[in-house]
Design a protein around this ligand. Structure first.
Ligand code: SAM
Ligand code: SF4
Ligand code: SF4
Length: 336
């Protein structure tokens, strides 16, 4: 271990842990959980397999001496997990920054108690403002207005900063990009456009479905006067651009065309307690078994450090036809 914690094979520290609290969702976004695959025949994790809030807290506490600074609660849809604010309260009291990624459909009801429990920031996934495109993409009857109400509830509850993430797919929602920028300009909300990724094996991803961020930026520069902004941290995955009149920022996450594995300081914990060192990992390390065997504190820290030290993942930098054919875990399981 070094002063900055533990380093992997490529010299990267562990700073960020994404915690999936469920693999279930009330949306069926076609790029993530296509309904024909995630239906009544799909075997979701049994709820008894979920890590308890107590166990999740133990893992977070064990990661802290390794340099962990931030956790992000995700899923599936994390707000489906009952009493999620209780997890937020526990994690917040460990002293790490606590963020949440959600589809916001349940935020109107839950924002106030999440804020009160100490949630530091929220990212809302919203791919379209147009109700027809939104319902086609999410394959759900929950209207886009509910998502917008969720964003308002977050702001009213003092949950700032709020970010909006939009996955852009060619021929599906490119037309929504400029309206999203217009809608959130001047609100303090940053919209970030994410390149559609080849996560999992069910969404039929093809390179041709990806809209490169450079193309989007060029297109948006036709309407908006945008200037580049320096990132605060090298591990910031988004390239930031500001409206020159000071009315806010937008961002681009270009995992396909400009991979950022060299600065990837992120681990992922699945709802059933497997630790994954890469979004594209084909397997995880069973931390639940270690926690259930009574390990906590130093012993758990050492087990996680040993996993991290062996890490050499850089899938996005190596992406090729050969790597695309490898087995991969679904985003709804590993947590986006
Ligand atoms: N249900 C929550 C939500 O949608 O915000 C949290 C989990 S979701 C898996 C996390 C993020 O992953 C979302 O912003 C979603 O858009 C993104 N995502 C899912 N599949 C993706 C893909 N194939 N490429 C890029 N982003 C993806
Ligand atoms: Fe659910 Fe989020 Fe996946 Fe959409 S992206 S299906 S909201 S987990
Ligand atoms: Fe990190 Fe893996 Fe994504 Fe590279 S491909 S940025 S190592 S999660």
């Amino acid at each position: 271990m070094t002063d900055s914690g533990v380093l992997d094979q490529l010299g990267r520290p562990l700073r960020d842990l994404r915690i999936s609290v469920t693999d279930r969702c009330n949306f069926r976004c076609r790029y993530c959980m296509p309904r024909e695959r995630f239906n009544e025949d799909h075997t979701f994790l049994p709820r008894r397999a979920y890590l308890s809030f107590d166990e999740i807290e133990k893992v977070v506490l064990a990661c802290k001496p390794l340099g962990l600074e931030k956790v992000r609660i995700t899923g599936g849809e994390p707000l489906l997990r009952p009493d999620l604010h209780e997890l937020v309260r526990r994690l917040s009291s460990t002293g790490v920054e606590v963020a949440l990624t959600t589809n916001a459909s349940l935020l109107p009801r839950q924002a106030a108690r999440l804020a009160e429990a100490g949630l530091d920031r929220v990212t809302v996934s919203l791919d379209a403002l147009d109700s027809k495109i939104h319902s086609q993409m999410t394959d759900s009857s929950i209207p886009v207005e509910t998502v917008l109400e969720g964003i308002d509830a977050a702001l009213r509850s003092g949950l700032a900063p709020v970010k909006v993430n939009c996955v852009v797919q060619r021929g599906v929602n490119e037309t929504e990009v400029a309206p999203l920028v217009r809608r959130f300009r001047g609100t303090g909300i940053t919209v970030r456009f994410i390149e559609y990724m080849d996560v999992g094996r069910t969404n039929g991803w093809q390179l041709g479905h990806v809209v490169p961020s450079a193309d989007l930026l060029g297109y948006l520069q036709g309407e908006f006067d945008l200037t580049p902004v320096e990132s605060d941290r090298p591990s910031d995955v988004a390239r930031r651009w500001a409206h020159s009149d000071g009315s806010g920022e937008i961002g681009f996450i270009s995992s396909v065309t400009e991979p950022f594995c060299g600065d990837c300081v992120r681990a992922r914990l699945s709802a059933d307690g497997r630790l994954h060192t890469c979004l594209f990992a084909s397997g995880g390390h069973d931390l639940r078994a270690i926690v259930e065997n009574g390990a906590e504190g130093q012993q758990l820290t050492e087990a996680i450090a040993a996993i991290w030290r062996r890490r050499a993942d850089r899938y996005s930098e190596l992406r090729s036809e050969e790597t695309s054919a490898l087995p991969r875990i679904e985003m709804s399981y590993i947590g986006g």
